[in-house]
Write a protein that binds this ligand. Structure first.
Ligand SMILES: Cc1ncc(COP(=O)(O)O)c(C=O)c1O
Length: 318
């Protein structure tokens, strides 16, 4: 789905016209993947438009940059407010938000330390990531021949541009072979995640999810599902999961800001359960959509654009 152009993009402290939001071709980021970014959703809930877990996303953005010794020249509060302003100025309600910090133009040495760190925030309308009907019918996926990075190569807890070369290999391999998405194993052969999603397996009513040591991004949706599931009385187990569990599970689903909660109906052409979204998956979808669609949020995860909850949700980064 192509990006749907809106009026303004926030760049280094001010809103510029969409078509003027440009970087120099010799920017460090273009050559070496030196960017730190987030994917965030704003929902048109029944109680007004609200951003899901904005504070956690801003925190992860700052932390991802910090791993690479990049100091974003804007504070947590500045970024938080700039995101809200960018949605509002473009009169968006249901949208995807993409803040990206990157090493800009100065030197073309691999050493990034002299290059400025810049920040841009775009917001635009966006629908279902894994295809229409994916939430209702589920998707067909494969186990990728590409692995996720090892803990001592590219840090997977940091959401960084360069790491998405690995994601692209996983995604392309899946697509050209007729699947919607690939599941990458970690370096030891345990289940990792999709190219842009975390995952859960359900077996005998217990939810299993790979641990953050399994080469995955520490997803905000994943954490939310763990909280929701525990509060709903489910047992949730986090840790190294064997590949064959994918073929034995009653239910498997992807989760993420883009994917939300997407059931998986087959893995490597083996049907999961009865090939339909399972009971637990549906319960998790209901609990999640109760928050982001109905606006019923007892967790303080929503930042309403009208401002009434905004201040409450502004948690400082320590
Ligand atoms: C590789 C990868 N894993 C997991 C996720 C899910 O993370 P979140 O729920 O924070 O969007 C994403 C999406 O950002 C991702 O790109």
């Amino acid at each position: 789905m192509p990006v749907k152009k809106v009026e303004k993009i926030w760049m280094n402290g001010k809103h510029v016209n969409w078509d003027d939001a440009k970087v120099h071709v010799l920017s460090h980021v273009l050559h070496y993947g030196s960017s730190f970014f987030e994917g965030i959703r704003c929902y048109k809930t029944k109680q007004g438009p609200a951003v899901f877990r904005l504070g956690d996303h801003v925190k992860r953005l700052i932390h991802s940059a910090r791993v690479f010794r990049a100091e974003i020249p804007f504070s947590y509060d500045d970024i938080f407010e700039a995101i809200v302003d960018t949605i509002k100025i473009n009169e968006l309600e249901n949208c995807y938000i993409r803040p990206i910090a990157y090493r800009g133009y100065e030197d073309l040495n691999v050493n990034p330390l002299k290059n400025p760190v810049e920040l841009t925030i775009a917001a635009y309308e966006w629908g279902s990531y894994l295809g229409q009907g994916a939430h209702e019918s589920g998707i067909d996926v494969c186990v990728s021949s590409w692995r996720r990075s090892t803990p001592d190569t590219t840090p997977t807890m940091a959401k960084i541009g360069g790491a998405y070369m690995n994601s692209q290999l996983i995604k392309m391999e899946a697509i050209v072979n007729g699947f919607s998405e690939g599941i990458a194993l970690d370096v030891n052969g345990y289940i990792g995640e999709g190219s842009g999603e975390n995952m859960f397996l359900v077996q005998d009513g217990v939810l299993y999810t790979p641990g953050i040591h399994n080469g995955i991004l520490s997803g905000i949706t994943r954490k939310s599902i763990m909280t929701l599931a525990k509060d709903m009385g489910f047992e949730v187990k986090e840790g190294s999961l064997m590949r064959e569990m994918l073929y034995m599970a009653d239910e498997v689903f992807f989760c993420g800001t883009a994917a939300e909660i997407t059931p998986i109906r087959s893995v490597d052409k083996m049907i999961v359960g009865n090939g339909m979204p399972g009971k637990v998956t549906k319960q998790m979808q209901e609990a999640f959509f109760e928050i982001v669609k109905e606006g019923n949020d007892k967790y303080g995860w929503l930042t309403f654009l009208d401002g009434k909850e905004r201040i409450l949700n502004m948690k400082q980064v320590k």
